[in-house]
Design a protein around this ligand. Structure first.
Ligand code: BGC
Length: 715
């Protein structure tokens, strides 16, 4: 029987901030062979049977385009059932009913905030004698107030452990769509690691601050021996300020506050229905003395399988690799988010587009991205426009080049890394409609002109007071228009579709682009012209880029748009040494600058903390923004040299680019065809290479090409 035969239920009166708990009590008369619970809510839930947690999915049902798609989880609950049973489900606001995004008001935000909480479930019990029984959400359920008095994505959670649900009242039927119900598509969100306290600090301002030594996303579990009514409360932060005091102004309006009222005795608790991005907490209230063993940070994210590893002979570079990894762990919470702490935590398309290649190497993200891309399709607007964030909780926001192009770039990358064309099959219409949207909205045919854009976001060549780099917006938009159209052509051909019109369009865009933009003015403009195959003379353009980088003091001037590709463009055209110089740079702006400043995740700006210790700003200063972690794909593809010759690494090209400033480097990638490993190190006799390939490969060492069968090789 299907969950769609169950009824949606809700509370019979408004509970305000208080999270309701629903319950159903029932008896099972006979020996049980198997019992399975299908369940989902409008909000996020925690389900228990007879006081035992059902499954280990945190923040279920995850975040989808709720107007169109709501995931249903299925749990085997055979072991939890007894003769007399008590099934309870606590429901929090979650992404469904929290006021998102935090920093702005909109009609859609008010609409979502006013939506009801809801529960739908079906428990199917198969008895050993072959008979079956079902327990479904219906008028036989009851609800009461739970100990969770407030729970919301940005502001945190408040609980009162003294409260035992009572005054059970009948539920109300809820008129809500059941057509939106879909089986679980993404990876389950789980607790994946427990991080112990590194130190407890007393700051110069007299605050008690607990340092976990690593920025994580999740929540803090604490154990306390207390008197009833004692209070525990704390707030979260990513960094301390330059005086060593607690600082979280950069969370903006997100309160990220935990408040807990104790019951009598020893107890352990953590927030149930929300999450935080943090490295530190400041204790606002704690009964007795705070001891390290009383606190644990629990890391929560989409439970993806790790597939990529990088290791070098340079401790700072290894820390950068670790920061990239933690950036992904902190921001792949069912949806690829910009950051996990402030009043955003949104599925910004541009950020995902920039980081997806690296992400797809470090973890198996195929399922994660396929689900998110289905939400993108669901939220694609009539015109083909793609919202700035997916799920699209900013429907009034206009598309931007490089952000909306996630529609073509992300499916293409999933196919390149994993080799299964079904992602293209699923997304082709969405890809095509995105290109059609540009064609329909532009004011100049074959270019994309006169539209809102984020430009080369946070480009280092931004004029004073602007977030946008100096690269021309029409230039960036037209370059991405060309690239997205090229990807539609490639995907369409692969799927056997007629894409003649898009092929012609691509040729026309390239011609118009060359005519309109004969010169490139910024680093990012050079990068895009070469990377998207628009430059008539790519070698000359890459050489000019190299000169520009040098005359800029061997420094990046790029932002979100140019940074992911600049090292590739340099190394593809004979400037690998310069690419290495940029990667190994320890001063601002450079990837190792934040490492030297103690970062444990990637920063939103190269100088979130300036050389003098002050902050870039209070309002746009995330310490866990993965975008610049995109450099990880250059380390895999070029520094270690592991590249797919066919999608999914069915054949590989392994062309490492060692640099004398780094003693050794190794990259390991688990592909659909097995583990590829490429390592090099400097020895007295020159560079020694070790390569393992499970597929036929082309190994390129010192310009010489070796065609090899699967095996292990040393050069
Ligand atoms: C986000 C970015 C995002 C941008 C759009 C910011 O507030 O944090 O990462 O891509 O807005 O420009």
């Amino acid at each position: 029987m299907d969950i769609k035969t169950s009824a949606w239920i809700t509370v019979s009166q408004d509970t305000g901030d208080i999270c309701p708990v629903f319950r159903r009590q029932f008896a099972t008369g006979k020996a049980i062979d198997k019992a399975e619970l299908q369940i989902t809510v409008l909000g996020v839930y925690k389900a228990e049977i007879n006081d035992q947690r059902v499954g280990d999915f945190v923040l279920a049902p995850g975040w989808t385009s709720y107007d169109h798609r709501l995931q249903v989880q299925t749990y085997d609950v055979t072991a939890l059932l007894q003769k007399e049973n008590d099934l309870r489900v606590t429901v929090g606001r979650g992404w469904f009913r929290s006021p998102m995004p935090g920093w702005m008001d909109s009609a859609d935000k008010r609409r979502r905030y006013a939506q009801p909480c809801g529960l739908i479930a079906l428990l199917r019990i198969c008895y050993a004698d072959g008979t079956e029984e079902t327990v479904q959400t219906d008028e036989n359920w009851q609800w009461a107030e739970s100990p969770v008095r407030f729970s919301e994505i940005y502001d945190g959670e408040r609980a009162d452990a003294r409260i035992v649900p009572e005054n059970w009242q009948p539920v109300k039927p809820l008129d809500w769509s059941r057509d939106i119900l879909i089986p679980q598509e993404g990876e389950a969100i789980r607790e994946t690691e427990r991080v112990a306290v590194r130190q407890i600090l007393r700051t110069p301002a007299g605050e008690i601050v607990i340092d976990f030594g690593q920025e994580v996303t999740g929540y803090v579990e604490f154990t306390v021996d207390a008197r009833a009514a004692d209070k525990v409360s704390f707030t979260h932060a990513e960094v301390l300020d330059k005086d060593g005091n607690f600082y979280n102004e950069n969370y903006r309006s997100a309160k990220a506050l935990v408040e807990y009222t104790c019951r009598e005795g020893k107890q352990t608790w953590h927030p149930q229905l929300t999450f935080f991005g943090f490295r530190y907490i400041k204790l606002l209230s704690w009964p007795g003395e705070a001891r390290p063993e009383s606190f644990t940070a629990i890391v929560v994210h989409s439970d993806m399988k790790r597939t990529g590893w990088l290791k070098s002979g340079n401790a700072e570079l290894n820390q950068l690799f670790s920061n990239i990894l933690w950036g992904q762990r902190g921001n792949f919470l069912d949806v690829p988010t910009d950051c996990p702490q402030r009043d955003e935590r949104l599925g910004w398309t541009g950020d995902a587009e920039v980081f997806i290649k690296t992400a797809s190497y470090l973890f198996d993200t195929e399922r994660f991205f396929k689900k998110w891309l289905h939400d993108m399709t669901a939220d694609q607007r009539e015109s083909g426009e793609i919202g700035q964030v997916i799920p699209d909780v900013m429907p009034e926001g206009e598309s931007s080049a490089a952000w909306g192009d996630a529609a073509t770039i992300c499916p293409w990358q999933v196919y390149q890394t994993y080799g299964d064309a079904s992602v293209l099959e699923d997304q082709f219409e969405c890809m095509r409609k995105w290109v059609d949207f540009i064609t329909g909205v532009t004011t100049t045919s074959n270019l994309w002109t006169d539209h809102f854009h984020f430009g080369d976001w946070l480009g280092l060549d931004a004029p004073d007071g602007s977030y946008k780099g100096s690269s021309r917006e029409d230039f960036i938009a037209s370059a991405f228009y060309a690239y997205s159209t090229a990807l539609v052509v490639k995907a369409g051909k692969l799927l056997g579709k007629d894409v003649c019109a898009y092929e012609k369009l691509h040729g026309d865009i390239v011609a118009a682009f060359r005519k309109t933009f004969p010169e490139y003015k910024t680093q990012t403009e050079h990068v895009l012209a070469v990377h998207f195959e628009l430059a008539e003379n790519p070698q000359k353009t890459a050489d000019a880029l190299a000169e520009m980088v040098k005359s800029d003091g061997v420094q990046l001037r790029t932002g979100f748009v140019g940074t992911p590709y600049i090292l590739h463009v340099l190394s593809n055209y004979g400037h690998a040494d310069l690419a290495w110089s940029l990667l190994l740079r320890r001063e601002y702006p450079g990837w190792l600058y934040s490492v030297a400043k103690g970062a444990t995740t990637l920063w939103e700006h190269w100088d979130n903390i300036k050389p003098d210790g002050s902050f870039w700003s209070d309002d746009m200063n995330s310490f866990n923004h993965y975008a610049y972690g995109a450099v990880g794909d250059w380390v895999f593809n070029v520094a270690c040299g592991i590249q797919p010759l066919e999608p999914g690494f069915a054949r590989a090209r392994i062309a490492p680019h060692p640099d004398s400033r780094l003693h050794n480097l190794s990259g390991t990638l688990d592909t659909a065809h097995g583990r590829i490993r490429s390592a090099w190190k400097h020895t007295e006799d020159g560079v020694r290479y070790e390569i393992d390939t499970p597929v036929a490969a082309e190994i390129v060492i010192n310009g010489k090409i070796y065609a090899v069968e699967p095996g292990s090789y040393i050069f």
